[in-house]
Design a protein around this ligand. Sequence first.
Ligand code: ZN
Length: 287
Amino acid sequence: MRDFSGNHEALSINTATVRKQAPLDQIIEACARRDIGMISPWRDQVHAVGLARIAAQLRDTGITLSGYCRGGFFPAIDKAGLAAALDDNRRAVEEAATLGSPCLVLVVGALPGAREGRPAHKDIELARAQVFDGIAATLDHAREARMPLAIEPLHPMLAADRACVNTMEQALDICDALDPGRSGMLGIAADVYHIWWDPKLAAQVARAGRERLLALHVCDWLLPTRHLVNDRGMMGDGIIELRKIRGWMEEAGYAGAAEVEIFSDDWWRRPLGEVLDMCIERYRSVV
Ligand code: ZN
């Protein structure tokens, strides 16, 4: 297992972690000043500054991506909605390629309208079927663009409104069905926040193997958790056995970034530099 204590070469900052503090160009500058070599930006942050400008800034600073967030949200109530989702995913693939990302992260979606508090129906099996078809269609385009798709299973508390793929096993079943040859073009973004509790986690990480393990997202699970989305903890402040999970990943062949992804009203209130410095410190000491 890699020793992270001596430097932060494998640290990546998912830029949602500091999305309330500054626009993406300033976040990249702040990362460059701290020798943080990787980021994983969100599409809205890139669009706010401009895709070409961000691509140029990444070239200038030498900062690379550990992922691009995100595609997905495939389910819809009608054909037009399904087609619009596929179009949007095609654009996400192109943007990820422009930025030189190693993968496009997919938060697959769930009951249409649920995120706005108005689910159009309750049929999660239908949503799952639409997700499967949406990934299949997007994979064709992703193969042409040589852009791997990383399905991110989300904790079941988000099954209604954000992702109806909720375990590594379920995500790997999709991968095996759509990419039986393990081409490296379809795999998993393993976010400890969503999967730490899973009794099958160790076995599924081993099953995934090097070709399917495309990203590792780290943060911590706080007690008590006060909000289903925006109360993630800094690594070391909660109950997730980060080293154990990273150990399983590396045993299976994962050698990529540890990407810090913290959605937190607490951390969004602190200064940008302070948050980045704490990410570096905890990456070295507890990840
Ligand atoms: Zn994540």
